[in-house]
Design a protein around this ligand. Structure first.
Ligand code: SF4
Length: 550
C-alpha cells in the first residue's frame, strides 16, 4: 500500500520552542514587558527602594515599573480607587484605577500562627489598615488601606515575630498551603510541618527561585481529607503510605484554574519527608528553565505538563536536576471532599481543635486580636488559617470548649455555622481589586443570610464560590455553584453587575470543572433567588446520598 507522504514537522516545532521563551533552550531574551521588567532588575531588589526611597518620599515617588510589577514580590498591590464601577475596569489605564493605598498580603505558610503572631497582625490592621482583614482561600491574611510610608514599620513588626510578606505575590513561589491540622489530627498519615519549614527556610527569598515564568502555587498535606485543594496547585505533595517505606508524599504537578483549567497529575513518585524540599526545588527549577515565558496566559506550569506529559516531566526532573531516580509510589485514597475542619474535633493528644467560620473569610484586625486573647484565655497558643477561609484554634481542653465557642461568637466567629456560612467562598472583588467587575464579599454575606433564612439547615453542603471577574481566585470552576463576575443584561436591558454561572464542579471524589451553561447568567440582585431554586431542585430530586456535583 502506498503511504501518503507526511509533512515535515521539525521546523514548526523549532519555531514554537523559540517563540515560547524557554530559558533552557537558550532563549533568554524577554518576550513581553513582564519578562523585561524582571530582567531589568530582579524584583526582590525593590525592597531596598521601598525602605530607603519610597517610604520616605511617598507614593508619588514610586517608579511605575516597581509599583505595578516588582512590589508584588513583597505582597503589595495598589488598591482600586473607590467609586470606579466595574464597567470601567477594562477601559481605564492602570494608573487611573490605582489608589494611593495598598493591599498587603501576609504569607502564612502552612496556615500556622502563634497567638503572639496573630496579635501582631491584628494590631497592624487596626493601626495601619483601617481594621481590615480577610482570611484568603490560600491561608494568607490580607490587609487593606496600607500607606507606603508605613510598610517598613509593618515589616519590622512582622519579622520580629517570624512573619513575612516576601514572595506573597509575583512570579515566584507563593505561600505554601499546608494542612491546617498538621501534627494534631489523629487520622493524619504524615505531618507536613517540617517539609513546609524546609522549603520556606531554604528557598523563599532566594533570587534563584524567585524569577519564574508565572506564579507558582504549592500545597502539602498529610491528612486523608486532602484539605489543601492539591488538585489545583502547580505542585502538591499528598500524604500516602508506601507499602514498603511507610508514610511519605505522592507528588502531583500541573494543577491550576483560570484559563484552561487543569487538574494536577500524579508523577507516580513517592517522596519521603526529608526529601520534599529538594524535590520541590527540582520541580520549580524545571518550571523556571523550561516554562513558557512568552505569553502570560500560557506561562503556568500546567501548559508545560500538558505538552510534555508526566513521564517526560518526571524524567527531565530526575535526570537534569535531581540526578537520581525517585521511588515509585501508590496513589492516595481520594476523599469525598476536602476537609474544612469546622466545628469541634478531637486531637490525637486528647485535647480539641475548634474550626471557626466567618462570612467568606471577612473579619477585622480587632477580631483577630480578640481571638488571640480568647485563645490564650482558654489555654491555646496556636491558630491555623485554612484554604476554606476559616480559622482554627488548637489545643483546647474539653472543659474550655463551651466558653471559647460562646465568646468567639461575639466577634463573628462561629464554630457551629449554618451550612451556607460554611460553604460560601468569595474573592476580594470590586471593593479593593483593580481587576474586578463586580462586588463579592457583601454578595456572599447576603447569600448566606438569605439562604439560611429561606432553607434553614442542610444535611449536605452546597459550595458557592463567588468571583469578581473571569479570573479564578475564589476557585469558581470547582464549586457546586460557581459565580463568575461580569456585566449582564438587567431587567431593562442595561448592563448591570451579575454573574456567569458554572455548575457541578468539585474536588475530591467529584474532582472536575463546572459546566458553563449557555444563558445561565444572573444579575447580582437575582443571586439569592437563583441559588435557592438550584438548591431546592437538588434537594427534591437527589437519590439518598447523591452529592450536588453528581
Ligand atoms: Fe480580583 Fe478577579 Fe481575583 Fe476576584 S477573581 S480577587 S476580582 S482578580
Amino acid at each position: 500500500m502506498t503511504q501518503t507522504p507526511t509533512r515535515p514537522t521539525r521546523p514548526a516545532r523549532t519555531a514554537r520552542k523559540r517563540g515560547e521563551g524557554q530559558w533552557a533552550l537558550g532563549y533568554r531574551e524577554p518576550l513581553n514587558p513582564n519578562e523585561q521588567s524582571k530582567k531589568d532588575d530582579h524584583p526582590l531588589n525593590v525592597r531596598a527602594r521601598i525602605e530607603n526611597i519610597y517610604a520616605v518620599r511617598g507614593f508619588a515617588s514610586i517608579d511605575p515599573g516597581d509599583l505595578r510589577g516588582r512590589f508584588r514580590w513583597y505582597g503589595l498591590y495598589t488598591q482600586r480607587k473607590p467609586g470606579i464601577d466595574g464597567g470601567k475596569t477594562a477601559t481605564l489605564e492602570p494608573h487611573e484605577l490605582d489608589d494611593e493605598y495598598f493591599m498587603l498580603r501576609i504569607r502564612i505558610d502552612g496556615g500556622a500562627l502563634t497567638t503572639e503572631q496573630l496579635r501582631v497582625i491584628g494590631a497592624i490592621s487596626t493601626e495601619f489598615g483601617r481594621d481590615t482583614a480577610d482570611i484568603t482561600d490560600r491561608q494568607n491574611v490580607q490587609l487593606h488601606w496600607i500607606r507606603i510610608e508605613d510598610v517598613p514599620e509593618i515589616w519590622r513588626r512582622l519579622e520580629a515575630v517570624g512573619l513575612s510578606t516576601t514572595e506573597a505575590c509575583g512570579d515566584c513561589p507563593r505561600v505554601i498551603l499546608g494542612s491546617p491540622v498538621a501534627g494534631i489530627a489523629a487520622d493524619e498519615i504524615i505531618d507536613p510541618t517540617r517539609a513546609i519549614r524546609d522549603i520556606v527556610d531554604r528557598y523563599i527569598g532566594d533570587p534563584q527561585y524567585a524569577n519564574l515564568p508565572r506564579k507558582f502555587k504549592t500545597a502539602i498535606t498529610g491528612h486523608p481529607s486532602q484539605d489543601v485543594v492539591p488538585e489545583i496547585n502547580d505542585v502538591a505533595f499528598v500524604g500516602v503510605n508506601h507499602p514498603e517505606y511507610g508514610p511519605g508524599f505522592d507528588l502531583w504537578v500541573g494543577g491550576g484554574l483560570s484559563t484552561n483549567p487543569m487538574l494536577a497529575q500524579r508523577l507516580g513518585a513517592w517522596v519521603p519527608e526529608e526529601e520534599v524540599a529538594e524535590v520541590w526545588a527540582a520541580v520549580v527549577a524545571v518550571f523556571r528553565d523550561y516554562g513558557y515565558r512568552r505569553l502570560r496566559h500560557r506561562a503556568r506550569i500546567k501548559f508545560l505538563v500538558a505538552d510534555w506529559g508526566t513521564e517526560k516531566f518526571r524524567a527531565v526532573m530526575e535526570t537534569e536536576y535531581l540526578k537520581r531516580n525517585l521511588v515509585d509510589g501508590p496513589a492516595p485514597i481520594t476523599p469525598t471532599a476536602p476537609g474544612d475542619h469546622v466545628g469541634i474535633n478531637e486531637q490525637k493528644d486528647g485535647r480539641f481543635f475548634v474550626g471557626f467560620s466567618m462570612a467568606a473569610g471577612r473579619t477585622s484586625g480587632s477580631a483577630l486580636t480578640a481571638l488571640a486573647d480568647l485563645a490564650e484565655k482558654h489555654g491555646s497558643q496556636r491558630i491555623r488559617t485554612t484554604p476554606m477561609q476559616k480559622l482554627l484554634v488548637l489545643d483546647v481542653a474539653g472543659e474550655q470548649l463551651d466558653g471559647l465557642i460562646a465568646e468567639a461568637e461575639e466577634i463573628g466567629l462561629s464554630a457551629r455555622p449554618n451550612a451556607w456560612k460554611r460553604s460560601v467562598l468569595a474573592c476580594t472583588g470590586i471593593e479593593f481589586c483593580k481587576l474586578a467587575i463586580v462586588e463579592t464579599k457583601a454578595q456572599a454575606a447576603r447569600v448566606i443570610d438569605e439562604l439560611e433564612r429561606r432553607l434553614g439547615a442542610l444535611d449536605t453542603p452546597i459550595t458557592v464560590n463567588i468571583n469578581g471577574c473571569p479570573n479564578s481566585c475564589a476557585r469558581i470552576q470547582v464549586a457546586d455553584i460557581g459565580l463568575k463576575g461580569q456585566l449582564v443584561a438587567g431587567p431593562d436591558g442595561t448592563q448591570v453587575e451579575g454573574f456567569q454561572v458554572h455548575l457541578g464542579g468539585g474536588l475530591g471524589l467529584d474532582a472536575g470543572f463546572g459546566r458553563k451553561l449557555r444563558g445561565h447568567k444572573v444579575t447580582a440582585d437575582e443571586v439569592p433567588d437563583y441559588v435557592e431554586r438550584l438548591a431546592r431542585a437538588y434537594l427534591a430530586g437527589r437519590e439518598s446520598d447523591e452529592r450536588f456535583a453528581q
